[in-house]
Design a protein around this ligand. Structure first.
Ligand code: PLP
Length: 471
């Protein structure tokens, strides 16, 4: 493909994307295919000769699109939102077009400096403590996912707890203990395994009736480990759990962490974006005591995956745990103290992700992004009201923001059958969780284009399914 062919194909592709997003509502939200269906349509061997771009696009239409679950549909209420937006798509495209590798300042100074700058913007937008800014002791870095962000924070915590001697005999992971609630995301346990602490050394702390971590239970668990000669090294509080959006009391948890000198990480992967609205900033109360904090602009801040924002209070702790410098990476800028984000992450190489975030924030403005959050929160509160007012259904958890957990009063079987009915229509897609071991439907309202009529339609489908199930 030469530059002219690229121009033609590129324009065609932009038109294709715009048409897809304009019409995405018409597709069944959940892919209607069976495992293996897509591969069965693909040629067994790669082409020996190059093919025209038009043929590739035709296959996107005929093979790929039918195999998509449409995360950008306004009727997508499953898991958590995975928003993209037009400026974000363009930023992603530009990143590919520039093709730079921002592993160190010297390898593309603009990639590093824009990232530092945009992360400081995010710190200001969410009202994060000053210590998390690059102008103070800490700073932010874009990681691929919240899972990776948490792993990176955990490694810094591990190295801090062992003074960098985690491989030395007697100080290895076996002695270190981590804590999170029973409702924490599975990525926390995964990180504990990867970082070598081992699942046996992860304590799952009990939650209260609203599914938030109980600080008294955390304190008791830490004290019991200390008494047994173990080293409490890492606490992960969740601000907005995946199952029910419960918000752990970060202030109280922070006090306990301070008392015992334990690293506190706050995982606000989904809910963190809400803090851009001053009236919702209570979410992050107590963050002053945290050592690290993550939220995903790739969930609710209209920036397409992958874009996870990790902030640390003490960048030296992170850098000391991850920096290894072979001769071929040495350069004057690094030695003079420039930020090299390779030392803030697992990988060496890194994409220019700050562009899509910059494009998105600049295009929407803080107020535009706030409007999106407020719309979703208002819709979720309204939906919760419909559930509460219906004699067949009940709320299963508090609704602090945009996720409504509810169930049919007839029990698990009825709730499960309703979910299957609704998803089979293709006109909405929800998933379930279990709260107190009871089957619970989750209505997650966070897609950029979701309006009241989509939420109303979903409620209508749920009511129709309930009537069907009762028959
Ligand atoms: N933490 C929480 C609270 C989440 O809700 C999620 C995803 O739903 C994650 C972590 C994992 O996010 P990622 O897919 O970016 O690793």
């Amino acid at each position: 493909m030469n530059a002219d062919e690229f121009r033609r194909a590129g324009h065609e592709l932009i038109d294709w994307i715009a048409a897809y997003l304009e019409g995405v509502e018409q597709y069944p939200v959940l892919a209607q295919v069976q495992p293996g269906d897509i591969r069965a349509k693909l040629p067994r061997h790669p082409p020996q000769q190059g093919e025209p771009f038009d043929d590739i696009i035709r296959d996107v239409d005929e093979i790929i699109v039918p195999g998509l679950t449409h995360w950008q549909s306004p009727n997508f209420f499953a898991f958590f939102p995975g928003n993209s937006s037009y400026p974000s798509i363009l930023g992603e495209l530009l990143s590919a077009g520039l093709g730079v590798q921002g592993m160190m300042w010297i390898t593309s100074p603009a990639a590093t400096e824009l990232e530092t700058h945009v992360m400081d913007w995010l710190g200001e937008m969410l009202g994060l403590p000053e210590a998390f800014r690059s102008t103070s002791t800490g700073g932010g870095v874009i990681q691929t996912t919240a899972s990776t962000s948490t792993l990176v924070a955990l490694i810094a915590a591990r190295e801090s707890a062992t003074q960098g001697r985690s491989n030395a005999a007697g100080v290895a992971g076996g002695n270190l203990v981590a804590y999170t609630s029973t409702q924490a995301h599975s990525s926390i346990e995964k990180a504990i395994r990867i970082a070598g602490l081992g699942s046996d050394n992860l304590r799952l702390v009990e939650v209260d009736s609203g599914y938030a971590m109980r600080p008294d239970a955390l304190a008791a668990a830490i004290e019991s480990d200390v008494a047994a000669g173990r080293i409490p090294a890492f606490v992960c509080a969740t601000v907005g759990t995946t199952s029910s959006e419960a918000i752990d009391p970060v202030s109280a948890i922070g006090e306990i962490c301070r008392k015992h000198g334990v690293w506190l990480h706050a995982d606000a992967a989904m809910a963190g974006t809400a803090a851009i609205c001053p009236e919702l900033r209570w979410l992050l109360d107590g963050l002053d005591a945290a050592d690290s904090f993550v939220f995903n602009p790739h969930k609710w801040m209209l920036t397409n995956v992958d874009c996870s924002a990790l902030f640390v209070r003490d960048r030296a702790a992170l850098i000391n745990s991850l920096s290894i410098t072979p001769e071929y990476l040495r350069n004057q800028a690094s030695e003079a103290g420039a930020i090299d984000y390779r030392d803030w992450q697992l990988e060496l190489g890194r994409r220019f992700r700050a562009l899509k975030l910059w494009f998105t924030i600049r295009t929407y403005g803080v107020e535009g992004l706030q409007e999106v959050v407020r719309r979703h929160v208002a819709l979720a509160q309204e939906f919760a009201g419909w559930v509460e007012g219906d004699h067949d259904f009940e709320l299963a958890a508090p609704v602090p923001l945009s996720l409504v957990c509810f169930r049919h009063r007839a029990g698990d079987e009825a709730s499960e059958a309703i979910l299957d009915h609704v998803n089979a229509t293709g006109r909405a897609y929800l998933v379930h969780t279990k709260l107190d071991d009871r089957y619970t439907l989750r209505m997650s309202i966070g897609q950029r284009t979701t309006e009241r009529r989509h939420v109303e339609q979903a409620w209508q489908l749920i009511k129709e399914a309930a009537a069907e199930v009762a028959r």
